[in-house]
Design a protein around this ligand. Structure first.
Ligand code: HEM
Length: 412
């Protein structure tokens, strides 16, 4: 029999036998077609904490926390659950620790406040018209055709063009930018991703120099003028910010759009109700974020620590499985029901604690505008009959393809 990582990895002596549980989403063949069924099954199993011998991302053993209370607890305690110690694979495409994600408070705080302000309501509200225009430009390309491969023609492109506009990147860069996006997040080999990382870094360096010389009404110019803890920010740190926003802001929204639009396609009655009453979209979006929470996080122990009676050792990795916490009965009433009118919905789709998503205001706006414009212009749509929908099974949970179709004569 071939040796797998799970047969090789030794369980550390401090891990009690009754907490060892081999569970990896990638072990389930159905994860490729219905990942949320796999998550729901684990949620029903109610294991708030376990140790998996073979975490597929680190290829090593890791603690996994799944209850909402434990997830929150880990995220809210940067000591001892630090983001400053990462495994090599976490940072293979960037030469340094990414600011602010890989800093702990108090070092993290000033940078974080700046980024949160730059992506805050004032800045995003002012750009809503642009976001809406981008959605409509893309919809124009396929509305009258009656079908689209949603992931390729809309979902991957939409957050990319918005990012370019907000950061002040020239439109001529679009093809190059989308090529990087494709290689970096989807089709690239490790060597190609490394190469793309180098190219993006070089591009950002030149862009920052250009914005220093010719500032504009964009976020890069704003960052150049800003201060953290009373001091101007170095070009290196601005490059870090931009690269982090690139990796944090593109594929995440792409993933969410795919999950939400698949759900709408599979639920024609709810789709129609939202079309008839678009005011309901804001609340509905929160429920769709909860039931599709698609990003888990990880931390590393900076020292030995007893967590709810479980001894963890310095260097242990902890996976914070927020997609499972979304179905925790202790936090959400009737968690397995999808209720688009749910009023109290403290989901963790954007994480929690000091590193909670700094771009959530922009992300929500992009998702909401996409839903509003689609439902306004495209008549009832479904997954094209006979087509298969599958998901990427490594990295960020997102759909590989989503072929949608509708009655072209009714599109506007
Ligand atoms: C629906 C889309 C998005 C989701 C689900 C999402 C989710 C997350 C999550 C879970 C984290 C926490 C990571 C951790 O604690 O390890 C995070 C952090 C972050 N996100 Fe997002 N994100 C989204 C979109 C965006 C966008 C559009 C931007 C901005 C361009 C952005 C910028 C960031 C930044 C800068 C951080 C690091 C914050 C810090 O370290 O203080 N995100 N995001």
């Amino acid at each position: 029999m071939a040796e797998t990582a799970s047969t090789v990895n030794k369980i550390p002596d401090h891990v009690p036998e009754d907490l060892v549980f081999q569970w990896e989403e990638t072990d389930f063949p159905e994860f490729e077609t219905d990942p949320y069924a796999v998550y729901r099954a684990l949620a029903k199993d109610q294991r708030p904490i376990f140790f998996t011998p073979n975490d597929y991302r680190s290829n090593n053993g890791a603690w996994v926390v799944t209850s909402a209370a434990y997830c929150r607890d880990v995220l809210q305690r940067p000591d001892p659950f630090t983001t400053t110690i990462r495994y090599a694979s976490d940072n293979a495409h960037w030469p340094r620790r990414l600011v602010p994600l890989m800093l702990d408070p108090p070092e993290h705080t000033g940078h974080r406040q700046l980024i949160a302000a730059v992506f805050g309501p004032k800045s995003i509200d002012a750009r809503e018209g642009y976001i809406r225009q981008m959605a409509n430009d893309l919809i124009d390309g396929f509305a009258g055709r009656g079908q689209v491969e949603f992931m390729h023609e809309f979902s991957r492109v939409f957050p990319g063009v918005i990012f370019m506009g907000i950061m002040g990147l020239p439109v001529e860069m679009k093809e190059q930018f989308l090529h990087w996006e494709e290689k970096f997040f989807h089709d690239g080999t490790d060597a190609e991703k490394q190469q793309v990382g180098v190219e993006i870094a070089a591009y950002l360096k030149a862009l920052i120099a250009e914005k220093r010389a010719n500032p504009g009404d964009d976020l890069v110019s704003e960052l150049i003028d800003a201060e953290v803890d009373g001091e101007r920010i170095s070009d290196e740190t601005i490059e870090d910010y931009c690269f982090l926003m690139y990796i944090a802001g593109l594929d995440t929204v792409n993933g969410g759009l795919g999950h939400i639009f698949r759900w709408l396609a599979d639920n024609p009655d709810e789709q129609q109700r939202l079309r008839q009453d678009p005011e309901r979209i804001i609340l509905a979006l929160e429920e769709l974020l909860r039931i599709h929470t698609w990003i888990d996080m990880s931390r590393v122990l900076s020292r030995d620590y007893e967590f709810h009676g479980v001894l963890m050792k310095a260097g242990d990795r902890v996976v914070v499985k927020t997609p499972i916490a979304s179905w925790d009965e202790a936090r959400h009433e009737c968690p397995f029901d999808t209720d688009l009118e749910r009023k109290i919905n403290p989901h963790m789709a954007f994480g929690g604690g000091p590193h909670r998503c700094a771009g959530s205001y922009l992300a929500r706006r992009e998702l909401r505008v996409a839903m509003e414009e689609w439902l306004r212009r495209i008549p009832p749509f479904q997954v094209t009959p006979g087509e298969r929908v599958t998901y990427f099974t490594d990295g960020l949970l997102s759909l590989r393809q989503l072929p949608l179709s509708w009655d072209a004569s009714k599109a506007v």
